[in-house]
Design a binder for this molecule. Sequence first.
Ligand SMILES: [Fe+2]
Ligand SMILES: [Fe+2]
Length: 488
Amino acid sequence: MSESLPRSGAPQSGDADSGRLLAMGSELLVRFSALLRTARTHDVSNQAFRRQLQDFMGVLLQVMEEEDEVALAAVAENFYLNGVRLKASASLLTVYHSLIEEFDRRSLGGVRFLQGVSPAEMERFLQLFMAAEDATLAERLPEAVAEASIEHILPVPASDLDKGDLTQALDEERDPVGERGRAKKVFWRAVLGTRRIVVRAAQTGRPDLRQAKRLVQPVVDSIMRNEYSIVGLTALKEHDEYTYAHCVNVSVLSVSMGQALGLPRQALADLGVTALLHDIGKVAVPGDVLRKPAGLTPEEWGFIQRHPLEGVKMMFRMPGLSSLTLDAMRVCLEHHMNFDITGYPEIEHEWAQATMTRIVALADCFDAMTAHRSYHQRARTPFEGLQYLLGPTRVQFDPAVLWSLIRTVGLYPAGSMLLTQSNHVVLAVSPNPADLRRPYCRVLVRPDGTALPEDVEETWDPMPQSDGVVRVLRPEESTIDAQERLAA
Ligand SMILES: [Fe+2]
Ligand SMILES: [Fe+2]
């Protein structure tokens, strides 16, 4: 049974078969994810569950009309359907990564659905799949499935997967593809974990600090290894988990800025946690106020302005005060005060933001200003964000911390579309601390004017010394969707 799950090799563009699999594959992932979500909260006899099961089976059988079997494999942070890599488009990002996590948690490399699979089998399989969340049961999943006489659904352990040339390169240290793959895993784990922390905090009235530490640790490890792909991932803004991703982005940027400022490992870990929780007080702000794009009434604005203090109050509810709790309180309280103490909450005493807060506050601004569009304007590009922060507004930030932001994101931050001297159009995807002017890039348009299709990945790791940026393009100047390309 341990034959190669994904038929190796990338799909040829224009291949009708792989085009069909791509379209149906995304649909299958969406249905599978919805089915798992429903299975978690509803009994199998429930109407909602039956409907989800029916929808999933509908898509599965449709794929099977033209395929002998349906093999869904999760390899190196990517899904493959019968060997065709399913792209994680911006709209699919959350589904994609939460499913990868579900597979990961069960040490599962893939699932094969064979001709003859029935809804009843799928239902039994799901029950075993849900139970396998427990590590000891996860190991036994293939056996349990066989014992339950499920013949047409075969779970394939990750260890059995013949990963072949798809993952060979991943073992090589410093390999850019492998590093980006690892970074995606750390990043999305942190986003999904943050969602759990925030949801729990809204129920219990206090954040789980231990959980936050666990999420931040791999971020610190990655940055301490001088891997910066994870910083590039903070440029992804257009997905439905942005609220949680914002916390992770601020944490990643803060840790990286802290490293540029020479903070030791323990301080970076603490900084990462306080940054992750900086907005936790927002769980006390009514949701419709938070979601309102503009035009807040004075009363609504009052709600927003209370979130720093609400955060502090939540920290007080934590059992046992540690220096980390105190730091987290301080960051919650001060992160909108500004370096020149012109922000909120207003304070009558003489006050100065803690170093940690100065870092978090700038990371917060940089991330937020490149994510939110106001009612008459598109969101700022990361490059415009940097220009703005370095303009007259710079008095609101500590100059040393501004310097560390540039060290972290470079002069052309991830998400910038660049025209180069060699007449290429490229997309910056990760910063290059060795040369702030030459980020890691993905080629979008060749000098002869050919635009590369989405599934052709030509990268510069990083931009060569012989080339350089002529200018930064505005989004209006290109039909290419930078967010889509970043997500891929
Ligand atoms: Fe805030
Ligand atoms: Fe924030």
